[in-house]
Design a protein around this ligand. Structure first.
Ligand code: ZN
Ligand code: ZN
Length: 466
């Protein structure tokens, strides 16, 4: 999937435009899906099937292609009417407008088993063990066939990590961290030292031998093994209920990475703070109906006073969400690649107007000469010119630190943009966690959906670079 980072200005912001109109006006190609395609929408309650009956763009929904879907089940909210426009016809509650990026062709939804949609949250008094299951979402690419084949081995019921007694927060986090990527590998191999707690080696052994190795070799980790880890964590933590109650992945990761394994923090901020996560803090933007992670990431850094001192080996982002219930946006599009160029301290940036090496930053110019944070960087010449304008001469601007070796070579070096690649998405709605993990490389790689029990929800995202 290709997410355009720079949406072009649309000529009409007031009425829906059909796919043909958009293509004619913007001179662009149509989306990969077409009218009457059989599609699947991964709703909060499981996959829902339907047919595309309208395609185009809507006012106030950014530049994303939207599809009007006639669903088999009554999961929609209308009859195909958008504002005053009848886009297509469907019986009441069978119609919905969804972003094309969130739809899959029905034939691309590969599953070894029927997916279990039953609500699965067992009450504390019923210790029934639900089997785990995972499915593959295929973005249809030939270069990732091998990754797909490998991943298929891990798919179906009784594969992955078995859920039990509210363990989904832990199962989904461990699956995201260890099933496909090796960036967390050093956690499994650092020898114990005198500063470590006495149980350090035991926790590390259980994590490595009983969970990660089982997951990679046997493709299955039983709930007993996960319980072994939970029992150890409970013993070492001041947090109660780690063996029986639903917790947040942050609580688990903080305990594991910070308190027990004492891993090096992944994020080093210019304020001097170090951290394992970055919580996105944004004000609700009513114009953003369906934000991307990149948009929220840019807004969050725009509002903050710090930057990243270095490229993080792994970027764990928490979406704007507070407590169990409050989510700022009901849906967020995960950006498959996150451009972090403009949040790095001491790293060369490009002038948003002429593309030369930037020497100044003006946060008040955000969005004026582009969309994202890159629109805040200027070279000396463009800075002077744009800020001599009456509208801008009062702007507070700041000089950027440019590495001296780069200033000397600026005529001969291209300014590289720095991207991080999304490898997993951990989601929740009310109280059940699941995850999506990328298997393979590049934007066309297939994704695996993992659920240690059933159901799925909300959003929280992990990034890392290769
Ligand atoms: Zn310039
Ligand atoms: Zn400005």
């Amino acid at each position: 999937m290709n997410i355009p980072r720079k949406p072009v200005n649309r000529p009409c912001d007031f009425r829906p435009l059909s796919v043909d109109e958009v293509c004619a006006i913007e001179n662009c190609s149509p989306p990969l899906l077409s009218l009457n395609n059989r599609v699947v929408w991964l709703s909060d309650n499981g996959p829902e099937f339907g047919y595309i009956k309208w395609l185009g763009k809507l006012p106030n929904v950014g530049n994303d292609w939207m599809a009007g879907v006639y669903f088999d089940n009554p999961v929609g909210s209308g009859t195909g009417v958008y504002q005053d426009y009848q886009l297509f016809e469907a019986p009441l509650n069978h119609a919905s407008l969804v972003p094309v990026i969130g739809l899959l062709k029905a034939e691309d939804l590969l599953s070894n088993d029927e997916i279990d949609h039953k609500p699965s949250l067992s009450s504390p008094s019923s210790p029934t063990i639900k089997s785990s299951s995972s499915i593959i979402l295929n973005n249809s690419s030939s270069s990732n066939d091998l990754a797909l084949e490998n991943m298929k081995c891990l798919c179906g019921k009784g594969k992955g990590i078995q859920g039990h007694n509210n363990s989904c927060y832990l199962d989904a986090t461990l699956f995201a961290m260890f099933s496909r990527v090796t960036i967390f590998e050093s956690l499994l191999y650092r020898p114990q030292n005198f500063q470590d707690i006495s149980e350090y080696s035991e926790v590390q052994r259980v994590l490595k031998e009983e969970i990660v190795k089982q997951l990679r070799i046997d493709l299955y980790v039983s709930a007993e093994r996960v319980m072994h880890l939970r029992t150890l964590l409970e013993k070492l933590s001041s947090v109660r209920g780690l063996t029986s109650e639903e917790k947040d992945p942050e609580e688990f990761l903080n305990l594991l990475l910070n308190q027990i394994l004492k891993a090096e923090p992944y994020l080093k901020l210019s304020s001097g703070l170090e951290s394992y996560f970055y919580q996105l803090f944004v004000e609700k933007d009513e114009k953003l109906v369906l934000p991307t992670v990149q948009q929220l990431f840019d807004q969050s850094f725009l509002a903050s006073d710090f930057k990243l001192r270095e490229i993080p080996p792994c970027l764990l982002l928490q979406m704007p969400r507070f407590g169990r219930q409050f989510k700022m946006y009901p849906r967020i599009i995960p950006s498959l690649y996150l451009d972090i160029t403009d949040v790095l301290d001491n790293s060369p940036r490009q002038c948003s107007i002429c593309g030369q090496l930037a020497e100044y930053e003006c946060k008040e110019c955000f969005g004026q000469f582009g969309d994202g944070l890159d629109s805040t960087a200027f070279c000396q010449k463009c800075m002077d010119k744009s800020h001599s304008h009456r509208k801008r001469f009062k702007h507070k601007t700041a000089r950027l630190a440019v590495p001296p070796e780069f200033s000397m070579l600026k005529e001969h070096t291209q300014i590289q943009r720095i991207y991080m690649e999304l490898f997993a998405v951990l989601c929740i709605e009310t109280s059940h966690y699941v995850c999506f993990v990328k298997c393979g490389n590049g934007p066309d790689a297939p994704w695996c959906f993992f659920d240690s029990m059933a159901d799925r929800k909300g959003i929280r995202i992990y990034h890392h670079s290769y």
